[in-house]
Design a protein around this ligand. Sequence first.
Ligand code: ZN
Length: 188
Amino acid sequence: MTRRKDKELLELAMDMGGEEAVEVIKALEKKKEVTDEELAEITEIRVNTVRKVLYMLYDQGLAEFKRIRDKETGWYYYYWHLEIKRLPEIIRAKKMAELKKLKEMLEEETSEIYYWCGTEGHPKLTFDEAMEYEFQCPICGGMLMQYDNTAVVEELKTRIEKLEIELGLKPKPRKSSRKSKSKGKAAN
Ligand SMILES: [Zn+2]
């Protein structure tokens, strides 16, 4: 596995199952074929949690197992290994979903002007809503002012562009002919 793929896999694991999923994957990478109980020992994570992570990986097509019967005890053991063939596909799907979400957020930020008291966590109201409250915050009673979302919009646009480039939906900007950032545009 390339370092890049490994990094992507671990990031994906972090998103899906947090620190524990990352530890399980690292152990799987080292051991190649390993039982859930061995994984629990190596990672010092409870075997139930290890199993949960393994099923989640299996569900995503990122892990597979072989069932092997122990001749002496007659018990079955499951030997797990990583399967990263589908990794690029999964990461692409995840990025596409993220892109869609960012575009919706951008749409929401740019389609309306919002009014806000300025306190983090207090609601941002549309003009009509703000009217209803006579331009007073429904929580603290502070005066509602037009919410300047220029920074938020810029941030969203940057993230969208970055994703679109990563996904190959947009060509990489060449450094020499890079457009001057939209500073010229009116900021309201
Ligand atoms: Zn408020």
